[in-house]
Every structure is written in structure tokens, then in C-alpha cells.
Design a protein around this ligand. Structure first.
Ligand SMILES: Nc1ncnc2c1ncn2[C@@H]1O[C@H](COP(=O)(O)OP(=O)(O)OP(=O)(O)O)[C@@H](O)[C@H]1O
Length: 241
């Protein structure tokens, strides 16, 4: 489903990704692990089509994803419908006057009928347990409430792939457990989940595979999640623990 070939990305002269080769199949649940600044968020942004590689190729379902391809509005709309992205800082992705509007924005953009949009919003707000917040302004919510609102907005579009950047950040222990269970259910339902995380305890049993980055912005390990998080030497050597 996702294939990266020799991907490099720089923010002007700052290297963020260096020669990334990676394949992720439909339905996989994958953790991205690495020290601060190694490139995890950049990789998620690149997969979501917010930024484009400096070098290399990104293929999604066999189609090359680049700036030129994204200029095709129909293609771009379909691509973004298929890939949902929960930012590390949900504040950056909330812009509507109410929580309800925020969660309905994506389905309206996708052209669904009013009834279908209402159904999706109702389902997603209830799934995240935030129906009571529906008339609140997103910018007045707590960090955890914002995160749930942003996730409800992502899920209301029903994407095939869900990208998550440190989703456990800012959540209390009960909500971390809740999010873990929710992601597990999404994974079991066939979603492809790619998640940058430092929170190994709360994501136990969630990921089948872990991709480890070094501070040189390259992948240095791609192995079953449990074997990676139990490999203390590997994690210490790469300043992860
Ligand atoms: N907008 C930007 N402009 C310039 N440099 C950036 C920008 N965003 C990230 N970087 C740099 O790119 C590199 C990779 O950053 P990135 O945010 O992808 O790391 P990360 O692995 O997600 O880190 P963290 O675990 O701290 O969230 C870092 O050196 C960072 O300073």
C-alpha cells in the first residue's frame, strides 16, 4: 500500500529524512520509534501529503505521490480521504467554530449528503465520548479534549490509513487506555495504522512492527514491536531510553 524508495527530505539545509526505504502493507499497524528530532513527524507529514520529498519516490497504492500529482483535485481529494493524520499538536488542525463543525468538515468536503454527515458526526463524537462537547469552541477545550476532537474529525472521513503523531501525549492514564483500545479495534477492523510514539507501555499489544530511526535520520531497525522494545541495548545506543 505504501512504498518509499530512497526518500530524503530537508527543511532548507536541515536534514530530516535520509535515504528511507520502507514498505507498509494494508492492515499493518506500525510504530515509528526514535530519539527527538530523528524525523518521525516529518515522515508522517510526507506520508499524509502535507510535504513532498526532496529526493526519492513515494508510492501509494502504486501511484507516485508528488506535488504535480496533487495538483489534480480529484486525485488529491481521494488521496486525502484515504489518509487521516492526527497531529502531535491537535491545536494546529482545529479551525472550526464548534466541535460539531470540526467533525463534520471532512465529510462535507467529501461530498456526503447532510444525513450521512450527521450520522458520521454522531457516531464519531459518541465513539470518542465527546458528544457533550459538540457545541463548544475547539480552542477552549483542554488538551485531551482537543486531541479527541481532532481524532473524531480524522475518523469521520473513515480513512484507510491512520497516521498518529504521539497520540498518547497529554492524555491522562484512563484516556491513554481508552485510546489504546480504540486503536486496537480500528486495527482489527482492517485499518492501516502508523504511529510515532515514545510511550511504549501504553501501546503494548497494539503494534505488530516497529521501525526505529537513528539520530542520523535513517532507519536502523525494522522488526516485531515486542523484540524492539525489549532490546534495551538498541534503545540505549540510539538515545531512545
Ligand atoms: N518546520 C521545520 N523547519 C526546519 N526544521 C525542522 C522543521 N520541522 C522539523 N525540523 C527539523 O527536522 C528534524 C526532524 O524533525 P521531526 O519533527 O521530524 O522529528 P521527530 O522525530 O518527530 O521528533 P520528536 O520526537 O521530538 O517529535 C529535526 O532536526 C527538526 O529540528
Amino acid at each position: 500500500m505504501i512504498e518509499l524508495k530512497s526518500i530524503c527530505f530537508s527543511y532548507k539545509d536541515i536534514t530530516a529524512l535520509n535515504n528511507i526505504n520502507l514498505k507498509i502493507e494494508k492492515g499493518e499497524s506500525v510504530a515509528l520509534i526514535g530519539p527527538n528530532g530523528c524525523g518521525k513527524s516529518t515522515l508522517l507529514k510526507l506520508l499524509s501529503g502535507i510535504i513532498f520529498k526532496s529526493e526519492g519516490q513515494y508510492l501509494f497504492n502504486g501511484t507516485l505521490i508528488d506535488e504535480k500529482r496533487m495538483q489534480d483535485n480529484i486525485f488529491s481529494k481521494t488521496f486525502h480521504k484515504n489518509i487521516g493524520f492526527l497531529f502531535q499538536n491537535p491545536q494546529l488542525q482545529l479551525f472550526c467554530p464548534t466541535v460539531y463543525d470540526e467533525v463534520s468538515f471532512g465529510p462535507y468536503q467529501m461530498g456526503f449528503s447532510k444525513d450521512e454527515v450527521q450520522k458520521r458526526v454522531f457516531d464519531c463524537l459518541n465513539l470518542l465520548g465527546i458528544w457533550d462537547l459538540r457545541d463548544r469552541a475547539p480552542y477552549n477545550l483542554s488538551g485531551g479534549e482537543m486531541k479527541k476532537t481532532a481524532l473524531a474529525a480524522v475518523l469521520s472521513v473513515n480513512p484507510q490509513v491512520i497516521l498518529l503523531d504521539e497520540p498518547m501525549n497529554g492524555l491522562d492514564p484512563k484516556n491513554k487506555k481508552f485510546l489504546r483500545e480504540l486503536l486496537l479495534r480500528l486495527s482489527e477492523s482492517g485499518k492501516t495504522i502508523i504511529c510515532a510514539t515514545h510511550d511504549f507501555d501504553y501501546v503494548k499489544g497494539l503494534f505488530y512492527r516497529a521501525i526505529v530511526f537513528s539520530k542520523e535520520h535513517t532507519i536502523i531497525e525494522d522488526a516485531p514491536f515486542e523484540s524492539v522494545v525489549n532490546n534495551k541495548a538498541l534503545l540505549e545506543r540510539n538515545n531512545i531510553i
